[in-house]
Design a protein around this ligand. Structure first.
Ligand SMILES: C[S@@+](CC[C@H](N)C(=O)[O-])C[C@H]1O[C@@H](n2cnc3c(N)ncnc32)[C@H](O)[C@@H]1O
Length: 331
């Protein structure tokens, strides 16, 4: 998934910096507290003894519950085939996010909208009838979210839809299995506010990748939450938004206090923070906060592409500098 702030391209830098500072991590517990698509947690699930992931957004929970929370190979091809063969139905997505229903929203072709509804309803039905296990439920739902993303008629995020159906959105949706990292590691996946969860967990390595500007993930990925929850609400405005969580990490006046609270309450020896130099907190503010709690150092990596809306509302890559702030906490 093309995700705002994804660390896919920074993974080697993060891995190298962590191994270089924390040493032998094979017996360590690694926590990815703002996990997003789970890119970083996935890597450390292969390197550490156990992994904890968390994200405040429900779609992220579903994605991580599959790739991190399940530790076996999922053999669900028969279920995936059955879902792919379903006939579309007029459900919540078709009625509210496709043109054919007169919703005036164009997030999916009518055919894909109806198919998404049919698949989502069937997954729910199978869960209610106990035809599938809990792991199979999360596996199928996470696979649906990833497949939906491939045919969404948006420039990159779901903040707005495109007027005309773009090429990739005109393809028929095909559910594809997204396999978990199946290495029998002990993993726990949470869907909580980071500052609340931190009071109740402990481990060795804490990786922090909070939002660094005012863009709210709940608004930019609202359709994924709607498909993941499949609840009833009245979509608002032209874009069909649902109510969403406003993260404190996207608010200039509170972010510093929240960040310090997080560092103070962390029961982890090594803490790593990914943060852009264009973020709401300045480099100096981060350094001042982290240095209060132990030995601090900073590493940098340049030329990381970031999202930028141009005048045609397309998203293009620009370069910026990414920082990894490192703290060896002293108690
Ligand atoms: C920069 S993204 C993480 C990207 C992730 N490392 C990846 O590679 O996909 C920041 C994440 O923080 C989550 N988030 C924002 N505020 C949060 C909070 N208060 N508690 C937990 N998660 C939060 C967002 O939902 C988003 O997924």
């Amino acid at each position: 998934m093309n995700y705002i702030g994804s660390k896919k391209k920074l993974l080697k830098f993060i891995e190298y910096s962590i191994l270089d500072t924390a040493g032998d991590i094979k017996n360590y517990t690694f926590c990815d507290l703002f996990a997003g698509t789970g890119t970083v947690a996935k890597q450390f699930k292969t390197l550490c003894h156990s992994v904890i992931t968390n994200d405040i957004e429900y779609y992220s929970y579903i994605i991580n519950r599959n790739i991190i929370g399940i530790s076996e190979i999922m053999e669900c091809e028969h279920l995936i085939d059955e879902l792919n063969q379903l006939k579309g139905i007029d459900g919540f997505i078709y009625n509210n996010y496709c043109m054919g229903s007169n919703s005036k929203r164009n997030y999916f072709t009518d055919k894909n909208g109806r198919k998404i509804d049919a698949i989502r309803v069937k997954i729910k039905e199978w869960k209610n009838d106990s035809r599938i296990t809990e792991n199979q439920y999360y596996h199928l739902l996470a696979s649906l979210l990833e497949s939906v993303d491939k045919v969404a008629n948006v420039a990159s995020v779901y903040g707005a839809f495109l007027k005309k159906i773009k090429k990739s959105a005109s393809n028929e949706i095909k559910l594809k299995s997204i396999q978990p990292i199946s290495n029998n590691k002990k993993c726990i996946v949470y869907n909580k506010d980071a500052n609340e969860l931190i009071k109740n967990i402990s481990g060795d390595i804490l990786y922090l990748d909070p939002p660094y500007n005012a863009r709210q993930y709940g608004a930019n990925y609202h359709i994924l939450n709607t498909i993941a929850k499949y609840d009833y609400f009245v979509p608002k405005g032209i874009t069909g938004l649902r109510n969403y969580i406003t993260s404190d990490y996207c608010r200039k006046n509170v972010v510093k206090d929240k960040f310090e609270d997080l560092i103070k309450n962390s029961k982890f020896q090594y803490i790593y923070l990914s943060y852009s130099n264009e973020g709401l907190m300045s480099l100096e503010e981060i350094e001042n906060i982290m240095s209060k709690y132990g030995k601090y150092e900073k590493r940098t990596m340049k030329f990381y592409p970031r999202f930028k809306a141009d005048k045609n509302r397309e998203y293009t890559a620009e370069t910026t500098t990414e920082y990894l702030h490192i703290l060896k906490k002293e108690y």
